[in-house]
Design a protein around this ligand. Structure first.
Ligand code: ATP
Ligand code: MG
Length: 346
């Protein structure tokens, strides 16, 4: 049976890193790909970042592969103008994807590309579980000539379900969860901490649970990253912490992510990096984060564990062989990166 994958190449380097990813997937199984305009590319044609057609196609698919959206062409402070990022927020919300998973596992071949020492990185293998559809990003926004506000709001149910995603993930890993909040000053954080502990006590008592304040977590991530297994946190903190954690891997161009949570619909799989408009069209973008996102799609979206592991091993192998795109301090092109990974896959 052929798996259907909705493909959203998006903007900037998006199309350049999508094409080799589909080639790679094509070597691993029988997939039906359908491409749809999304983000700025959709604004240009349809005047909106996410059309009903694209949304319906995503809903009908088994999984959604997204590259990146946005760029200076669509930057605007005018709230009446459409923005590419609205498409992404809308798509996640419409698909019911409330959990963003970002694994961070520095590859030994790239330790030297990281700002951190080999001794600090060695053994790091962590997963950031970020709440994706609540919190300050979605709260009421107001703006007058003299002030502005963004409301941070969470329901007990929203915290409960993201806590379960984190504890379930920890059970398949090393059974440790750090729940990150700012409970010394924020009411939403005090609720967060209480609900996480209730879920833990009721259903996951065998998982080790640690509370950590977000500022302390940021410091510990850089100082002693090996202590972490699963980090679970709300939307804004997760956005920031996962970018900080990203730098452990040496490059933004290496990090995959998955947005999941809806058992009855497809998950969304995308690299952590943006559309990199500064290097778009040059054929030098690092496609590895998108390859690794495809691996997460195979694992979490389609249940194809062996194929997922094959991609991850081939990426590690290619890096071990010396593959280095520009962002990793080398000169390899996107096409050469595909060739290097393909050789390892064979
Ligand atoms: P967004 O707001 O969409 O997250 P951004 O402005 O934060 O975007 P990116 O688009 O991720 O940033 O780019 C940040 C820097 O990293 C840029 O210099 C870009 O060229 C580089 N970069 C990002 N992704 C890649 C990649 N896959 N390969 C090479 N360089 C990349
Ligand atoms: Mg960014």
């Amino acid at each position: 049976m052929s798996h259907s994958i909705a493909v959203l190449p998006g903007d900037g380097i998006g199309p350049e890193i999508t094409a080799p990813t589909l080639e790679l997937l094509g070597e691993l199984g029988d997939f039906t790909f359908t491409e749809h305009p999304f983000g700025g590319a959709s604004i240009d044609v349809h005047g909106t970042a996410l059309t009903d057609e694209t949304l319906d196609a995503c809903k009908r698919s088994d999984a959604v592969l997204l590259a990146a959206v946005g760029g200076p062409k669509w930057d605007t402070t005018d709230p009446s103008k459409p923005r590419p990022e609205q498409g992404l927020l809308g798509l996640r919300k419409q698909l019911g994807l409330f959990a963003n998973l970002r694994p961070v596992r520095p590859v030994p071949a790239l330790y030297d590309a990281s700002a951190l020492k080999r001794e600090i990185l060695d053994g790091t293998d962590l997963l950031v579980v970020r709440e994706l559809t609540g919190g300050i990003y979605f709260g009421e926004k107001t703006r007058t000539a003299t002030d502005a506000s963004d409301l941070c709001h969470y329901t007990v149910a929203e915290v409960d379900r993201i806590a379960r995603v984190a504890f379930d993930a920890a059970r398949k890993r090393r059974n440790l969860v750090h729940s990150v909040d700012k409970a010394n000053v924020l009411e939403t954080s005090r609720q967060w901490r209480q609900v996480v502990h209730e879920v833990h006590g009721a259903d996951y008592a065998e998982v080790q649970l640690e509370d950590q304040l977000v500022d302390s977590c940021a410091m510990e991530l850089i100082a002693r990253p090996t202590q972490f297994d699963v980090i679970v946190t709300e939307n804004l903190f997760g956005d920031i912490l996962s970018d900080a954690a990203a730098m452990l891997s040496g490059s933004l161009g290496m990090l995959p992510s998955a947005s999941v949570g809806n058992p009855d619909g497809p998950g969304l799989f995308e690299p952590v990096h943006g559309s990199a408009p500064d290097i778009a069209g040059q054929g030098i973008a690092n496609p590895l984060a998108t390859f690794l996102s495809a691996a997460m799609l195979l694992r979490h979206g389609l249940g194809l564990e062996a194929e997922a592991t094959a991609i991850e091993a081939a990426v590690d192998g290619a890096l071990g062989d010396g593959l280095r795109t520009r962002d990793l301090g080398g000169t390899a092109t996107t096409a050469e990166a595909l060739d290097a990974v393909r050789r390892r896959l064979a």
